[in-house]
Design a protein around this ligand. Structure first.
Ligand code: ATP
Ligand code: MG
Length: 424
């Protein structure tokens, strides 16, 4: 840390400085006896995410909440913690808070006074839009606290009106809410509560291998699965993997790096499609694309076995393009024994684009890039029968294990964690 960076000082009398980032998770709490496993995964993922950013703050577990201790961190590190919380699956809300610890003998009334001053100070710093309204919400987990919540809220509200530009109260639809949560161990003061990704922590949901193109859909599919707790690695077919690995700005490398913000840690396997292309020789009357899909699935199955991944993940959406008819999806699925998960199958393109924009992959996906251009030039058949395809594959030798082996032998592997490249 440089001397120029300000260090958060605690406690600061009357001055609101966040000393914790408080994190709530919704669904994990419903998991009965599995709960502690999910909570552990969430803390572990957050810790790794922060370590990748060079931070090692303490992470604590409370009752249905966890918090990151900001003590001793620079103010800019607090932003990093917030960023990490916003990108970690399983987190429903997160907020920077000023925590006032209750020591055994501390006078609760004095603590409340302190909280009142802190919230008035916070109100002074929060942007105040012209005619903005506010509300104060008080939650008492400590029911022995001598004053009722609404009386406490009214007193804090009065202080905010006296000491900040906020003067209009609207308890139903306020523009800004100021919170005081009273627990046995102390009081939490905070303003805005931010919405996290939701979902479940990555890890307990098993491992999947996402077939990643440079397009819009497959990165979203990988994200959606990670958000439900799946560990995700990537497989990408491209013209020249060895060449591509040298280009850190390549679209697919950018995508894998960006996705690792959510997946935590992911490997990107880039394999060449020329072994397949050579075996294909000549015109296959519109079957090229589906033959390729089946070959990708078989390669994915072989790699998944090595990685102990239980399923493949694709960005298929029913009817979106000619190759994504139900017949063709079934034809692809029947080429392998491993299940193919298609989390976007029922989504409209506009909804997929919305997610891609939110997770920061959209701009990367629309860069000009053709992964397997020679094949995509053909007009694909919309109806294919697995039986016909099997015959063609037999004739061309596309199911030959040596072909899969040659493809995987040329694989190049890159690793990413928390949005950064790992040395490989
Ligand atoms: P995307 O936007 O993900 O590219 P798409 O609408 O272009 O999808 P297709 O090109 O038909 O759809 O591909 C269907 C799925 O096959 C993709 O979502 C992806 O999972 C997989 N796929 C396509 N091309 C590749 C590739 N070069 N390497 C690995 N997987 C691929
Ligand atoms: Mg595509």
């Amino acid at each position: 840390m440089t001397a120029a960076q300000s260090v958060v000082q605690h406690p600061t009398h009357g001055r609101f400085e966040p000393n914790r980032v408080l994190i709530h998770y919704g669904e994990i709490a419903l998991k009965g006896r599995n709960r502690s496993r999910f909570e552990k995964a969430l803390r572990h993922n957050l810790r790794h995410r922060l370590r990748a950013a060079g931070l090692r703050p303490e992470i604590h577990q409370g009752h249905q909440r966890i918090w990151v201790d900001l003590d001793g961190l620079a103010a800019s590190d607090c932003d990093e913690v917030m960023q990490a919380a916003s990108e970690t699956p399983g987190i429903v809300t997160y907020q920077p808070v000023h925590f006032l610890p209750a020591t055994g003998h501390s006078d609760r009334q004095a603590l409340l006074e302190q909280a009142r001053m802190l919230l008035a100070d916070l109100a002074n710093r929060v942007d105040h839009p012209g005619k903005g309204t506010f509300a104060v919400r008080v939650k008492r987990a400590d029911k022995r606290f001598p004053l009722p919540s609404d009386q406490i809220a009214a007193r804090i509200g009065q202080s905010i009106i006296e000491h900040s530009p906020w003067e209009r109260v609207d308890l139903k639809h306020p523009d800004q809410t100021f919170h005081l949560d009273i627990y046995l161990d102390g009081m939490y003061c905070y303003g805005t509560r931010y919405r996290g990704l939701g979902g479940l922590p990555v890890g307990p949901g098993g491992r999947g291998l996402a077939l990643l193109s440079g397009g819009i859909d497959s990165p979203v599919a990988a994200f959606v699965m990670a958000k439900r707790g799946c560990r995700v690695d990537f497989l990408h077919f491209t013209a020249s993997p060895a060449q591509q690995r040298k280009d850190a700005d390549h679209a697919v490398i950018q995508l894998a790096r960006q996705l690792s913000r959510y997946t935590g840690h992911s490997r990107l396997f880039m394999v060449p499609y020329d072994h397949f292309d050579m075996a294909l020789h000549g015109d296959q009357r519109g079957h090229e694309v589906i033959l390729f899909r089946r070959f990708v699935a078989r390669t994915g199955e072989a790699l998944a076995k090595r990685l102990k991944a239980l399923a493949l993940i694709t960005g298929d959406s029913l009817g979106q393009v000619a190759s994504q008819t139900m017949e063709n999806m079934v034809s692809t699925s029947l080429a392998v024994r491993i299940p193919i998960m298609r989390p976007l199958v029922g989504l409209d393109k506009a909804d997929i684009v919305d997610i891609a924009r939110r997770i920061g992959t959209y701009e990367m996906s629309i860069q000009p890039y053709k992964d397997c251009c020679a094949l995509l030039d053909h007009r694909p058949r919309t109806r294919t029968l697995p039986y016909n395809l099997e015959n063609i594959e037999q004739q061309l030798g596309l199911t030959d294990p040596a072909l899969l082996q040659a493809t995987l032998d040329d694989a190049v592997c890159l690793q990413f964690a928390a949005g950064r490249d790992l040395e490989t």
